[in-house]
Each structure stands twice: as C-alpha cells, then as structure tokens.
Write a protein that binds this ligand. Structure first.
Ligand SMILES: Nc1ncnc2c1ncn2[C@@H]1O[C@H](COP(=O)(O)OP(=O)(O)O)[C@@H](O)[C@H]1O
Ligand SMILES: CC(=O)N[C@@H](CCC(=O)OP(=O)(O)O)C(=O)O
Length: 299
C-alpha cells in the first residue's frame, strides 16, 4: 500500500492526537461485550475486529465476551422451536441448550475469532467449559406481586449465573498477547451446561480480572428515558426507579444490572454503547466524555 503525501500526513496527525488517549489505557484490560444485535452486517463485524486488533497493537488488552441471541433465535426458528424470554433471559430446556451451545460455541465464537485473526490479531476462542473458565450455578428467578404472600419461583431451565471465573487462564492468555474471545456458556459442578446472558458474563469477567472498563455494545444509543433521550451518569437509586416504572425492561434489565454490579465490584467505569456505529469501540476510547451511557460507582 502506498499513501499520497497528503493522506500520510493526515494519518500521522490523527495518530499523534490519539497518543494521550492511548497512554491512558496502555497496559490496562478492557472487557468488551459484543452483542448479537451489533453483529448485523459483515461490515460492522469487520470494523469491530479491526478495532480490537488496533487496541492490542497499541498495548491495550481487550477481552471479548460475545452474545448471539438473534443468531440462536434464527436457528431455533428453523428447527420450529419457540423462543421464550423471562426478564430478558431465554427459557432454556435441554433441546434449546444444544442449539445455544452450537450457535454460541461453534458459529458465532469462531466467526469472531477468525475475523480478529484475519486482521492480524491472535484471538483464542473459549466457552466457559474450557479450563472451567466460567463456573456456573442455576439462576433462581422469582416473581412477586403485591397480592402474593411469598415470591413465586419460576423455572427457566438451564439458565445460569456466574459462580466464579478462572482468572489464571485469562491472565495467562492476556500476558501471552492473545485476545480471549468468550462464549457465555457456563459449566456446573457436575459438568452440566448453563446458558448465561452474555452481559452477565462480561460483567463478572470484568470484575474478576479487575478490568479498567466494561463496554457493552448493543443495538441502541444507550439507556434511554421514555422520551428516547440517552441517560448517563445515573445513580443506583435512579436506575432502580427506572426499572420500577417500566422505563427499563427486557434485554436492558440484565445489561444495566451487570453494569452496576461491575462498578460496585471495582471496575472503574461501564458503558452501554451503540455497536451499530462504525468504530464504536475506538470512539469510546478516543473521546473525553465517551459515548452512550456511562455508569460509575455512586449510590
Ligand atoms: N430504557 C431503555 N433504553 C434503551 N433500550 C431499552 C430500554 N429498555 C429496554 N430496552 C431494550 O433493550 C434492548 C437491548 O437489549 P438486547 O436486545 O438484549 O441487546 P443485546 O443483544 O445487545 O444484548 C434495546 O434494543 C431495547 O429494545
Ligand atoms: C440466558 C440467556 O438469555 N442467554 C442468551 C445468551 C446469548 C446472549 O446473551 O446474546 P445477546 O447478548 O446477543 O443478547 C440467549 O440465549 O440469548
């Protein structure tokens, strides 16, 4: 590739201006959750892969956790299996679990790994079963209405929550200059598989490896109020109120909960950002105020 002098001087200027931002994150680990909804085109996926490789090339350590909800939904539909969600979590029976493992651990994981590697990175794909990276337990879902004397337990099948993370494995990979790409499948004490919401895995991984930042890439500009205005810098109490009045629902529920837990658990900041914007990850790093919804630890 040869550049004209003008193009080369533009590149040089941009790179030079990026230096203070790069320095701020050099040597730090960032956990990036790549949601299935932000994988809508090949162009977006390629842009994401290039951003990740560039981060690593300048000395920032990305750890990727991916979703794939829409991709799981597509295969279930082709198999005539209905998708059902409770509080943003997929109800997962044995048959659905097989599909989840195939799509997340097979198709989506290898697709992202391959793209990162094609652009010069050294990505390594893992599910929570590899070296028991994500140990899980069954998620207890309860529901209580004012007329109930005690909460009702809802069985949503093989849906898990993170019990612990094998940080030794991740530290080893990051130190070895690999880029871990994690599919959100957990393993129980008896080797059973658990389907875990990818936001929850990303939050717990970020906490466990003491990441500087947690970025949740989704298909919306951020957490919004009822008028569609992006909200940022919210306290836990404000988030609770937005959940109670129904402003936050569905897939945004696990996202916001895990972002709050991550910052309470020591991650400096969490960001909910629009993964459909080209170079969303770099934009977040290279702007002073960031983009989307910022969550920090305040009461
Ligand atoms: N207050 C809110 N602000 C923004 N999005 C919300 C809100 N409440 C619910 N949502 C929904 O949450 C979705 C994002 O969650 P989800 O579909 O699970 O994304 P992902 O696949 O990226 O994890 C948005 O597309 C939107 O439909
Ligand atoms: C329990 C549960 O809901 N698991 C998710 C796992 C994938 C995921 O979280 O994907 P997105 O980030 O693309 O939504 C699911 O089965 O869809």
């Amino acid at each position: 590739m040869t550049l004209s002098h003008d193009a080369a001087s533009r590149f040089a200027q941009v790179l030079s201006e990026a230096l203070p931002y790069i320095n701020r994150f050099v040597g730090k680990t960032l956990v990036i959750k790549y949601g299935g909804n932000a994988m809508e085109s090949d162009e977006l996926k390629t842009g994401f892969a290039r951003d990740i490789v560039l981060m690593k090339a300048v000395g920032i350590n990305p750890v990727v956790v991916h979703g794939g909800g829409p991709q799981i939904g597509d295969l279930l539909k082709r198999l005539n299996i209905e998708s059902r969600f409770v509080d943003g979590m997929r109800v997962t029976d044995g048959q659905t679990m097989d599909v989840v493992e195939m799509v997340l651990g097979g198709q989506v994981n290898k697709d992202i790994v391959n793209l990162i590697n094609q652009h010069g990175g050294q990505a390594i794909g893992l599910t929570g079963k590899d070296a028991r990276l994500i140990r899980a337990r069954k998620l207890q879902v309860t529901r209580q209405t004012p007329e109930m004397t005690q909460p009702e337990i809802i069985d949503i099948g093989q849906v898990g929550e993170v019990a612990s993370v094998n940080t030794e494995l991740l530290d080893m990979l990051v130190r070895g200059n690999f880029i871990p790409v994690i599919a959100p499948i957990g393993v129980g004490p008896d080797g059973e598989s658990y389907n875990i919401n990818a936001d929850l895995v990303a939050g717990k991984v970020a906490e466990a490896i003491k990441a500087e930042k947690l970025m949740l890439l989704t298909n919306i500009a951020g957490l919004m109020d009822k008028e569609g205005k992006v909200l940022t810098g919210l306290s836990t109490a404000q988030v609770d109120a937005l959940i109670a009045d129904g402003t936050i629902y569905g897939g945004m529920l696990p996202k916001i909960r895990c972002a709050l837990e991550a910052v309470q658990g020591g991650v400096t900041s969490a960001h909910i950002i629009d993964g459909r914007v080209p170079n969303a990850v770099l934009l977040e790093i290279f702007t002073d105020t960031g983009v989307g919804t910022l969550i920090t630890n305040k009461a």
